[in-house]
Design a protein around this ligand. Sequence first.
Ligand SMILES: Nc1ncnc2c1ncn2[C@@H]1O[C@H](COP(=O)(O)OP(=O)(O)OP(=O)(O)O)[C@@H](O)[C@H]1O
Ligand SMILES: Nc1nc2c(ncn2[C@@H]2O[C@H](COP(=O)(O)O)[C@@H](O)[C@H]2O)c(=O)[nH]1
Length: 210
Amino acid sequence: MDRSGLLIILSSPSGAGKSTLARRLMEWDSSLRFSVSATTRKPRPGEVEGDHYYFRDPDTFRAMVAAGNMLEHAEVFGNLYGTPREPVEDAMRAGRDTLFDVDWQGGQQIRASALGNHVISIFVLPPSLAELERRLISRGQDAPEVIAGRMQKSRDEISHWAEYDYVIVNEDIDQSAEALKSILTAERLRRPRQVGLGPFVRRLMEEDGR
Ligand SMILES: Nc1ncnc2c1ncn2[C@@H]1O[C@H](COP(=O)(O)OP(=O)(O)OP(=O)(O)O)[C@@H](O)[C@H]1O
Ligand SMILES: Nc1nc2c(ncn2[C@@H]2O[C@H](COP(=O)(O)O)[C@@H](O)[C@H]2O)c(=O)[nH]1
């Protein structure tokens, strides 16, 4: 295979800024595909079916898992979340890179899958737990008890930071976005065969050198 897409995994404690960084990366490179997850969580105001998530009831979600349609799945904050497999495989075959916003369990499962050698993983840390809580509150999307539950789980998520290839402390959003772009640029250069340089090099060597 001359060109196969990379799988770029973003994980962090809830509220550290993954979705914001993912949006920045996709504005920078419109060829990137965002992996839309399925979840049993109720939609937040403004969340759109098929855009932010595929919102499914628990029975439908479990049936998708049983049919082998999920690349990974996990329970996070009392809800089920999972990555539909087929769109990821289609994107890889088409040579498109895919961006994932998944928790540490999803990160572990994708790395352990048959696609694991295509993974680049990035962990996003908040500058402090106080700032993490401030971000969750200022996002204005979750009830106080939901925020308290997410803060309680934040140390659990953070304890997996060393499983990742890269770690970004998301203090300044512009600097963090630049760091992310640099990672993707370097990783693409580091994998010349995977990003499709093979045919180019073959043509180069067949050129008449005069
Ligand atoms: N560097 C930053 N400085 C200040 N605010 C930030 C920064 N990065 C993100 N935010 C803000 O923090 C809030 C949480 O960010 P975001 O929704 O991207 O987090 P997340 O990690 O995707 O959360 P979740 O895991 O719950 O989906 C948002 O209101 C966002 O605008
Ligand atoms: N293992 C997976 N985790 C996922 C997936 N999609 C999202 N997530 C993680 O869930 C939490 C909460 O997300 P929220 O949208 O309810 O704030 C967050 O850490 C996400 O990274 C998935 O498909 N698999």
